[in-house]
Design a protein around this ligand. Sequence first.
Ligand SMILES: Cc1ncc(COP(=O)(O)OP(=O)(O)O)c(N)n1
Ligand SMILES: Cc1nc(C(=O)O)sc1CCOP(=O)(O)O
Ligand SMILES: [Mg+2]
Length: 212
Amino acid sequence: MFNRLQYISQGNTVEEQLYNIHQALDHGCDWIQMRFKNATSEDTFTLAEAVKILCQEYLATFIINDNVALAQEMDAEGIHLGLSDMRISKAREILGSSKIIGGTANTFEDIQKHVNDGCDYIGLGPFRFTKTKEKLSPILGLEGYAELMHKMQQAQIKTPVYAIGGIQTDDVEAIIKTGIHGIAMSGLITESQTKAQLITELNEKLYGYYIV
Ligand SMILES: Cc1ncc(COP(=O)(O)OP(=O)(O)O)c(N)n1
Ligand SMILES: Cc1nc(C(=O)O)sc1CCOP(=O)(O)O
Ligand SMILES: [Mg+2]
C-alpha cells in the first residue's frame, strides 16, 4: 500500500530544491516527487543524482515528475505523468511493471484512461486554486472529489487517489472522508517553519493515529 503523504518538490535552483527536499525528508516525509520545472537538463540530472542518494539514505520513495528517460536512467522508483506528458501505457512499456506510474486526472474520463493504461495511482486536482502550478484544470473542490470517488466506486476502480492543489491541514479530514487515499503537497510543506509538527499533524489526520 502506498503511503498517504507525497511531497512535491519546489525550488528554482538545484540548491533550493535539495534544501527543500532534505528538509521534508528530515521532518518525516517518505515520498518525494522531484518536480523541477524550467531547469536545464544538466541541472535536472545533477539534482536527480543527489535526490536519489538522499531518498536511499532516508528510505523514501523517489518519484520523478514528467521525465521518463531520466526516471529510467536514475532507476527511480517511479514517474508522475500529466495529461500533456507521455502516455502512461508508453511509459509502462519503457519502465516495466515494477515501477510506480502516477497520472494526473481532473475528470472521470481521465481516471478511466489512466487506469486502462495501467497507472498505479491517480493525482486528482486541483482541489483549490494554487500558485504552485500554472495552467490549472478546473477546480474540483470537495464536491468534485466526492462525485468522482463515487463514480470510481460504482465502476469498481480501486486505484489509490491523491488529492492535490492548494491543500491546507484543515482540508485533510474532509478530503479523506470522500474515499481519497492520500494527499500530495508542495507549498504548505515548503513554506512551513514548523515542519515536524506539520507533517506529524498531517500524518495523524491521514492515518487516524499518532505516528512518531
Ligand atoms: C501527485 C501529482 N498529481 C498531479 C500532478 C500534476 O502533474 P502534471 O499535470 O503533469 O503537472 P506538472 O506537475 O508536470 O506541472 C503531480 N505532479 N503530482
Ligand atoms: C503540481 C500540481 N498539480 C496540480 C494539479 O491540479 O494537477 S496542483 C499542483 C500544485 C500542488 O502544490 P501546492 O500544494 O503548493 O498547491
Ligand atoms: Mg507533468
